[in-house]
Design a binder for this molecule. Structure first.
Ligand code: AQP
Length: 321
């Protein structure tokens, strides 16, 4: 049962990505699972080519440094020909109505005709990502369910109309990982694309920068350290982070913490301890361009080999050879 998960280099990887996803990918993956840096999804709005190149390397380095198995990891654009060939076949399987109905498209385009066409078609590219690799399970949050549903529809339609080739994938809830909120505004999740430098802790942040961000984290005026996410979201976020770093529970880590200052310090130190080895290894990889390039090449070769036969069959069944 192949599981496929991706991370989009729409910014630098942050603590939420790490505690909520990457750490699990590194420790709980099955040998057939696949992970990829979905850099082609980071260009549906006007983007800087140089920045995208850099963020893609950063993301890959962080994943490798965190221990995601190298042979199960690839960069999407290294298989651009494969992903795009299938995306075209699937675009010709998808109706305009189906693409237009996607909630994310509606929300992000807001009816404007000047949005990039890629914003409309990227769910089809996502279907190609999923179907190309024979994915059976796609761990996604609520917001991506509709896209996996589209991938299921397209797989079934192609299989029925042209011949059985695709596994019909299923959306599965990601294993419960920590949900990390912004340190400066705990009402929303920590995010890479929203400009919130004070509220977002990046995996590559220096320890002192991390400590400063925690010192300034938003709490409340109650001065009472208790775990009450609805009433004290800032304090609860710090306890969640501390618990996640220590593989514990908020109820357990709260013991012995008497003030917001102690809590911030404890959370900062736990994060520094958790992220430091990842940061150091990632920086080494970013410095040694040869090693990172080799990892990237081998990951791509491996993913290509695994998907080759399925793509060739789809091309044949579609009548293209
Ligand atoms: N704050 C978070 N807490 C826990 N997990 C999180 N993830 C993202 N933010 C948090 C998980 O990280 C994985 C990869 O994320 P993605 O690249 O698909 O991006 P995203 O979910 O859209 O969230 P980001 O990182 O904040 O990016 P932007 O700002 O571009 O939306 C996923 O498994 C995700 O759940």
């Amino acid at each position: 049962m192949i599981k496929l998960s991706g991370i989009t280099p729409s910014g630098t990887a942050h603590l939420g990505n790490y505690l909520g996803a990457i750490r699990r990918w590194a420790t709980r993956s099955e040998p057939e699972d696949l992970y990829f840096v979905s850099n082609m999804h980071a260009m549906t709005t006007k983007h800087s080519a140089e920045e995208l190149r850099l963020l893609t390397s950063h993301q890959l380095a962080v994943l490798v440094a965190a221990g995601v198995p190298k042979e199960q990891l690839f960069v999407q654009s290294d298989l651009m020909r494969e992903h795009m060939a299938l995306a075209w076949i699937l675009e010709c399987t998808c109706t305009f109505g189906e693409a237009r109905r996607m909630i994310q498209f509606k929300e992000k385009s807001q009816g404007s005709a000047s949005v990039r066409l890629g914003l409309l078609t990227y769910p089809v590219l996502m279907a190609a990502d999923i179907l190309l690799h024979g994915t059976a399970r796609v761990p996604v949050g609520e917001d991506q369910n509709q896209h996996v549903e589209l991938a299921r529809t397209l797989a079934r339609r192609f299989n029925t109309d042209y011949g059985e080739v695709f596994v019909v994938p299923e959306a599965v809830l990601p294993e419960a990982g920590a949900r990390v909120r912004s340190l400066s505004d705990p009402s929303r999740k920590m995010s890479k694309s929203i400009s919130d430098d004070g509220g977002t802790v990046y995996v590559l942040d220096e320890p002192d920068v991390i400590r400063r961000k925690f010192r300034r984290a938003m709490t409340d005026s109650r001065n009472e350290v208790r775990y009450a996410p609805d009433e004290q979201p800032g304090v609860a976020n710090l306890l969640d982070i501390l618990a996640a770093c220590q593989d514990s529970t908020p109820e357990h880590v709260i013991q012995g913490i008497g003030s917001y200052r102690d809590l911030k310090e404890a959370a900062a130190e736990a994060v520094v301890t958790t992220l430091s080895p990842v940061r150091e290894r990632a920086l080494e990889l970013l410095e040694d361009k040869v090693e990172l390039a080799q990892i990237r090449q081998e990951g791509a070769d491996h993913a290509r080999k695994r998907s080759e036969e399925r793509l060739n069959q789809a091309i044949f069944l579609a009548g293209l050879v």
